[in-house]
Design a protein around this ligand. Structure first.
Ligand code: NAP
Length: 337
């Protein structure tokens, strides 16, 4: 995993611009390793511009629409069949079964809630896996993706794990990005087709890399968004609405890129000097957040967790160091009751 990975995950949704080979998105996809399977499917489109999309939640539907808009022959399947209706009306082909959907194309894009859903769909259809390339854009853990790649290989399929930092409306545009890990040759063979979904990057051969970057993004995203919702709930308890605090929220949110660049450089240099912030200051500040929540009758679980982390830093004697020294506390999971 190189520097491009670090910058990729840090840039987040909305930062991507198609460059270089990404600009070939929509050009005929390479046929991939898959030959047509003799299973009632139509086989790969002779021109290679064909794809199967399994999973038609908001993301899978947006992906199928993007492929259709770029002239791809799109085969779709979803557990809840009616979610394919408008896509079929727009030109997609509805597969009668997962097996048929797999048989239809060399490239199979998965957009499912989680890995359990993938196994639920694919286990009964493994006979159609040989020669397919599964590009899994569903959320997963690094270890889960490594296991899934090994499972796919055992069944004769290639596997690209992916993370996608784009919302459904951003799919099919230059906004956001999708990053893949797994065999480089599989990625290169399908780079053009995958580029239809979002601007693409390949992070490396280890299938766990893309899910790792995705969970890095989701850790920040969900923790940050839940923190925002908590803050708004606290304001509302005082009769102050989300719109009223928005300018102050945006001050903090807008400062984050600079703050993150500053502390990332310091982390890289191993520099936890407390010249800008000190853990003792952070602990007092976090205590005030928790106290404000309690006084407002708002659940203090989230600020208490932050405060507890600062207190472990204090207990370790790091009060005069920057909050980045809390990494030591974060590495050592606290004992659970
Ligand atoms: N939404 C976003 O903004 C966003 C952005 C980036 C990444 N993602 C990731 O992209 C993936 C898809 O997101 P989404 O919003 O489209 O998710 P979603 O609403 O959870 O839909 C996912 C799909 O998974 C299927 N599914 C779930 N459990 C299943 C099971 N046991 N068996 C068969 N099918 C099952 C659903 O089928 P049914 O229709 O039959 O329920 C649906 O087609 C997720 O992993 C998510 O983390 C989402």
């Amino acid at each position: 995993m190189g520097a491009s990975v670090a910058s990729g995950a840090g840039a987040g949704a909305g930062a991507g611009a198609r460059t270089g080979a990404d600009a070939v998105a929509g050009s005929p996809a390479a046929a991939g390793p898959g030959a047509a399977v003799k299973d009632g499917g139509t086989g790969p489109d002779p021109a290679g511009r064909s794809v199967t999309v399994l999973g038609l939640g908001p993301m899978g539907r947006a992906m199928a629409r993007a492929f259709l808009a770029r002239g791809y022959a799109v085969t779709v399947w979803n557990r809840t069949a009616h979610k394919a209706d408008d896509l079929v009306a727009a030109g997609a082909r509805r597969a009668g079964s997962v097996r048929e959907a797999l048989a239809a194309n060399a490239l199979v894009v998965l957009s499912l809630t989680d890995r359990a859903a993938m196994y639920a769909l694919l286990e009964p259809a493994v006979a159609a896996l040989p020669g397919r390339v599964l590009a899994n854009l569903s959320s997963d853990t690094p270890d889960g993706a490594r296991a899934a790649a090994a499972w796919a290989e055992r069944h004769g399929a290639g596997y690209l794990a992916a993370g996608i930092a784009a919302s459904p409306p951003q799919v099919g545009t230059d906004q956001g990005r999708a990053y893949y890990s797994g065999p480089a040759e599989l990625f290169e063979a399908h780079r053009g087709a995958l580029g239809v979904i979002s601007p693409v990057e390949h992070l490396g051969a280890d299938p766990g890399l893309a899910p790792l970057c995705y969970q890095v993004q989701m850790d920040l995203f969900w923790t940050g968004l839940t923190g925002w919702l908590h803050a708004v709930t606290m304001a509302e308890a005082h009769g102050v609405g989300a719109a009223e605090v928005l300018p102050y929220v945006l001050d903090v949110a807008g400062s984050l890129p600079e703050v993150l660049r500053f502390y990332s450089a310091r982390l890289a240099a191993g520099d936890d000097t407390g010249d800008v912030d000190r853990i003792a200051m952070g602990a007092a500040s976090a205590a005030h957040v928790a106290q404000t929540a309690r006084a407002a009758g708002v659940d203090p679980t989230l600020p208490d967790a932050v405060l507890a982390t600062f207190q472990r830093g204090l207990a370790a004697g790091h009060g005069d160091r920057s909050f980045t020294a809390l990494r030591e506390a974060l590495r050592a999971a606290p004992a659970r009751a």
